[in-house]
Design a protein around this ligand. Structure first.
Ligand SMILES: [Fe+2]
Ligand SMILES: [Fe+2]
Length: 174
């Protein structure tokens, strides 16, 4: 029998027989998933100057990553690369949505295909992704340390875990 789960990071609901290892939408790890009955809508916190600035930066970075991954996905002729980047482009867009809710921004639900953002070269794409994910993790660790709001801390903690998954995946396929 399927059950209904909610992600406490992105708020999306999913159906599964048991709790997934990762949120299918934002990639948050299983400890952030709860049964639908136990879900409490997170309150949008009053943000410090620093957190607002960090969240704005994060929003832009997630949108940028999402566009680059969308480009890679559209240009590649490799089925594995296509699937991987189709998945992570969506995850990064979901991250922008999560962060956007705190700063009053909302990404377009379709990710634009911008041809000049990538090439067809597999290695170049993976190296570019390795750098993007590595940089994101570094920034988010710093932002986590600077955040005083528990909701913001949770978000950065969850994002670090997800971007680490992406980094591991990229490195395994380099
Ligand atoms: Fe999620
Ligand atoms: Fe992300």
């Amino acid at each position: 029998m399927v059950m209904v789960f909610r992600c406490t990071i992105c708020g999306e609901a999913s159906l599964a027989e048991k709790k997934s290892t990762h949120c299918p939408f934002c990639g948050a790890h299983r400890q952030w998933l709860v049964e639908a009955d136990d879900y409490i809508e997170p309150v949008v916190p009053e943000l410090s100057e620093v957190s607002r600035k960090n969240l704005e930066f994060t929003y832009d970075l997630e949108i940028k990553a999402s566009k680059i991954y969308q480009c890679i996905r559209k240009k590649t002729g490799d089925q594995f690369i296509l699937a991987m980047f189709k998945a992570i482009a969506k995850v990064e867009l979901e991250h922008a949505e999560v962060v956007g809710k705190l700063i009053g921004k909302e990404p377009d639900c379709e990710i634009a295909f911008i041809e000049k953002l990538c090439t067809q070269d597999r290695d170049e794409s993976l190296h570019k992704t390795e750098k993007l994910e590595g940089d994101a993790i570094k920034h988010y660790k710093k932002f986590l340390g600077e955040a005083t709001e528990s909701r913001v801390r949770d978000i950065f903690q969850a994002l670090i875990e997800v971007e680490n998954d992406h980094l591991e995946l990229v490195r395994k396929n380099l």
